[in-house]
Design a protein around this ligand. Structure first.
Ligand SMILES: [Zn+2]
Length: 61
């Protein structure tokens, strides 16, 4: 299954709905991806307001 990014929280996933917020609104147009391993210590996670570890799209359309 092709990877998608949630339009709301930008998490990257390959299931039918977002595993974090449950939204079914997503995009497959992913511009870049990052892996957040420790959201508490990551400056990028803070900037993107990410609270859970995982793979995220940097920019979605
Ligand atoms: Zn989401």
């Amino acid at each position: 299954m092709k990877k998608k990014a949630c339009r709301k929280c930008q998490v990257v996933f390959a299931t039918d709905k977002c595993p974090i917020c449950g939204a079914t609104s997503f995009t497959t147009n992913i511009k870049g991806r990052i892996h957040i391993l420790d959201p508490a210590k990551s400056r990028i996670a803070k900037t993107l307001e990410i609270n859970a570890k995982g793979e995220y799209a940097i920019r979605v359309r």
